[in-house]
Write a new protein. Structure first.
Lengths: 114, 108
């Protein structure tokens, strides 16, 4: 596609439910990042993929969070047993792969946990 | 110490003035540096990137990098109300780490 896409754009869920967020990177981009942005805050790094493997998942806040990437393309971020503090905008970004490459961001998924 | 630090602001400048945004980072091995602009409710969009010490100019924007002092700055000349946004500094330390962002307000 022309850019990074994410779905759903908005998700409202009840505390304790599981949610799955999807990211479709730019075709051919080998690296994919997930960030979380709470209201009025900066971007919090969660995990990054190079191809299908995740060299750095140090930002995942707890074991309720997991992510996978298949076929070097689509990635899903899963949050189990959601809590109210999980409410945030979850942003995905992709880049071609090198340390000097530019990250391109998707529109984000706004998650609200009631 | 945070890996990338920015003054949260808000930084308020009159229209037509120069806005100066600063960022410091802790990892001396950082290779590349980026400035993103984020409008409220939108995703970040890239404005500038810089890899080498010195200045890099692109239109009204100038990025400045000083690796010895571990800071990177963004100057916006002839500031416009449409420049009002949050500006995020990002540093590639092997992964891209963002600062908290500086909110810029350009007043007509």
């Amino acid at each position: 596609g022309a850019g990074v896409s994410q779905s759903p754009s908005n998700k409202v869920t009840e505390k304790g439910k599981d949610v799955e967020l999807r990211c479709d990177p730019i075709s051919g981009h080998t690296a994919l990042y997930w960030y979380r942005q709470s209201l009025g805050q900066g971007l919090e790094f969660l995990i990054y993929f190079q191809g299908n493997s995740a060299p750095d998942k140090s930002g995942l806040p707890s074991d309720r969070f997991s992510a996978e990437r298949t076929g070097g393309s689509v990635s899903t971020l899963t949050i189990q047993r959601t809590q109210q503090e999980d409410s945030a905008v979850y942003l995905c970004a992709s880049l071609a792969g090198g340390p000097r490459d530019t990250q391109y961001f998707g529109p984000g998924t706004r998650l609200t946990v009631l | 110490q945070k890996e990338v630090e920015q003054n949260s602001g808000p930084l308020s400048v009159p229209e037509g003035a120069i806005a100066s945004l600063n960022c410091t980072y802790s990892d001396r091995g950082s290779q590349s540096f980026f400035w993103y602009r984020q409008y409220s409710g939108k995703s970040p969009e890239l404005i500038m990137f810089i890899y080498s010490n010195g200045d890099k100019e692109d239109g009204r924007f100038t990025a400045q990098l000083n690796k010895a002092s571990q800071y990177v700055s963004l100057l916006i000349r002839d500031s416009q109300p449409s420049d009002s946004a949050t500006y995020l500094c990002a540093v590639n330390t092997g992964k891209l780490i963002f600062g908290q962002g500086t909110t810029l307000q350009v007043k007509p």
